[in-house]
Ligand binder design. Structure first.
Ligand code: AMP
Length: 305
């Protein structure tokens, strides 16, 4: 099955306590499609400016990502910069420049309209809605967002979308903002009442939780010795999650729980290097091996007392 993604394609500048990079490939849709292309075919909807390096497009094309829906506009590419705190979890956004995204109107190529799965990655909710309106009969739609879009007036555009998606993927702080509840079980229940069947709450190095009709499922964050750059972990999670579902072709709770593990495995690779670099030579077997390592983390013999 094919996956369509709309989101940001960006040039990021990232500072960690140990290192620093400028104008590296970033953006929600870049991480998503780099990961998802390991398992399925991906159609990308986004915009870049005249300054966007051709090598990034070549890398995505070489992975089989369909770039027909990627517009090139006059002006500068979307830019984001952030600094990580000493714990490598907390971060401060230093700057967000929408640039070409300010006037972007997504126009889906005809060949994209029959996409089976749609991922509305972190981008202006109006653009997420525009894309969804152009897709016919998608089988599974998921949406990601961030604190920036959960403030007035943007959040009012997000609310109607929640009734039209099957899953929402957001972090704990965002779940609290959207629901007005501090406790995450209560927050997920409140978000489900807004019309979303599957609520995925990402908790950084505390893993990710799924709340749906099947109850609560928790996927650990893979314990790593060396975290280089956490940027894009969430989008990589979504890439693994959606690509697994596209591969499975079914969307019941058990498949969604497996998708949580593939997403967590992808996120654990993302943080091991800057930008999408860890995925450049990563094989499907390495991804699968890490999925298997997740099962080992919670394997134990029955407890007999
Ligand atoms: P994550 O670490 O998963 O939150 O994703 C970080 C990525 O999101 C970076 O590569 C940024 O380029 C991108 N990003 C940051 N802010 C925004 C925004 N307001 N809209 C769209 N993408 C953004």
């Amino acid at each position: 099955m094919s996956v369509l993604v709309v989101g940001s394609v960006a040039l990021d500048s990232v500072e960690t306590p140990r290192d620093k990079r400028e104008d590296i490939l970033g953006g929600s849709a870049s991480f998503f499609s780099t990961v998802a292309s390991m398992l399925t075919s991906v159609r990308l909807v986004a915009v870049v400016g005249e300054d966007f390096p051709a090598e990034h497009l070549e890398m995505l094309a070489a992975r089989g990502v369909d770039l027909e829906g990627l517009q090139k506009a006059d002006g500068r590419t979307f830019r984001w910069s952030g600094r990580y705190h000493g714990d490598m979890v907390g971060r401060t956004t230093l700057d967000t420049q929408l640039n070409v995204f300010e006037h972007f109107k997504p126009q889906l190529p005809d060949s994209y309209r029959d996409s089976d799965l749609v991922f509305l990655a972190n981008i202006h909710p109006e653009l997420q809605g525009d894309v969804l309106a152009q897709v016919k009969d998608a089988k599974f739609v998921a949406l990601d967002t961030m604190n920036f879009w959960l403030t007035e007036p943007h959040v009012e555009l997000l609310r109607p979308l929640l009734k039209r998606v099957d899953a929402i993927i957001l972090n704990d702080e965002e779940a609290r903002m959207l629901s007005g509840q501090h406790n995450l079980v209560k927050a997920a229940a409140a978000i489900r009442l807004m019309g979303v069947g599957h609520v995925v709450i990402k908790r950084g190095d505390a893993g990710a939780m799924l709340f749906d009709d099947g109850g609560i499922f928790w996927a650990a964050a893979f314990p790593l010795e060396n975290v280089v750059d956490p940027t894009g972990a969430g989008d990589s999670f979504a890439g693994g999650f959606m690509a697994y579902l596209a591969h499975a072709g079914a969307f019941n709770t058990m498949e969604i729980r497996r998708a949580m593990i593939v997403g967590s495995a992808a996120a654990s690779f993302a943080v091991e290097d800057f930008s999408v670099d860890r995925f450049r030579n990563l094989t499907r077997d390495q991804l699968l091996a890490r999925c298997a390592a997740f099962a080992k983390l919670v394997e134990f013999e029955s407890i007999v007392l």
